[in-house]
Design a protein around this ligand. Structure first.
Ligand code: PRP
Ligand code: URA
Length: 208
């Protein structure tokens, strides 16, 4: 079974509490999401493969290590865009792909509308990012798509997940590690996460 890492770092929990608050402004919401993504990103990237390099410091030559290959960040549109900046600040040379999916309000099933991935995506570790893992349908569809494109190494990074969503992802993809800032209680009748933070896309982009 894959690893499910639920972060309990005080700064992540504190900032997430601020994001959950319905009175938090759009600007603060976006900034907090970037900050939490960077805090999570430290651990998500802790075991990236390294390669030996030789450089010269102002003092002398030295052998050290650098990343062997930069990962690709793949946000699920729209809300995944809110986590992209945080990862790009950590890995500025990362490639970025986009997968556009929205949930049908009646069926709650994801509907695809856009996809653009780096040409060499199959050779890179993919960090698939979406703040909300509710039913898990969007993440599963995005992984299906990435697998069809030949991706072998995928990590899922979310902000809040429902148990139902984690179960759905782990049942279909038991080999993929999942990192989330919190595991909430349940879904409501509209398949929204409770207590959650509401509609992540609307809160990031101020569309409601
Ligand atoms: C939200 C969220 C996820 C999806 C999660 O996107 O960002 O992509 O719902 O739900 P699921 O796990 O049940 O599939 P939404 O469909 O609201 O689109 P948006 O980001 O464009 O607002
Ligand atoms: N999408 C969101 O933005 N929030 C939820 O709680 C569920 C799906």
């Amino acid at each position: 079974m894959s690893k499910l890492k639920v972060f309990s770092h005080p700064l992540i929990t504190h900032k997430l509490a601020m994001m959950r608050d319905k009175n938090t402004s759009c600007k603060d919401f976006r900034e907090l999401l970037t900050e939490i993504t960077m805090l999570m990103g430290y651990e998500v990237t802790a075991d990236l493969p390294m390669e030996d390099v030789e450089i010269e410091t102002p003092m002398c030559p030295m052998k050290t290590q650098m990343l062997a290959k930069t990962p690709a960040i793949v946000p699920i549109l729209r809300a995944g865009l809110g986590m992209t900046d945080g990862f790009l600040r950590l890995i500025p040379n990362a490639r970025v792909g986009h997968i556009g999916l929205y949930r049908d309000p009646e069926t709650h099933l994801p509907v695809p509308y856009y996809c653009k991935l780096p040409d060499d995506i199959s050779e890179r570790l993919v960090l698939l990012v979406d703040p909300m893992i509710a039913t898990g349908g969007s993440i599963v569809d995005a992984v299906d798509f990435l697998k069809k494109e030949g991706c072998n190494e995928i990590r899922i990074v979310g902000l809040i997940a429902a148990p139902e969503g984690i179960k759905a992802v782990q049942e279909k993809y038991p080999d993929i590690d999942i990192f989330v800032g919190a595991l909430d209680e349940k879904l409501n009748e509209h398949a929204y996460i409770v207590p959650g933070l509401g509609d992540a896309g609307d809160r990031i982009f101020g569309t409601k």
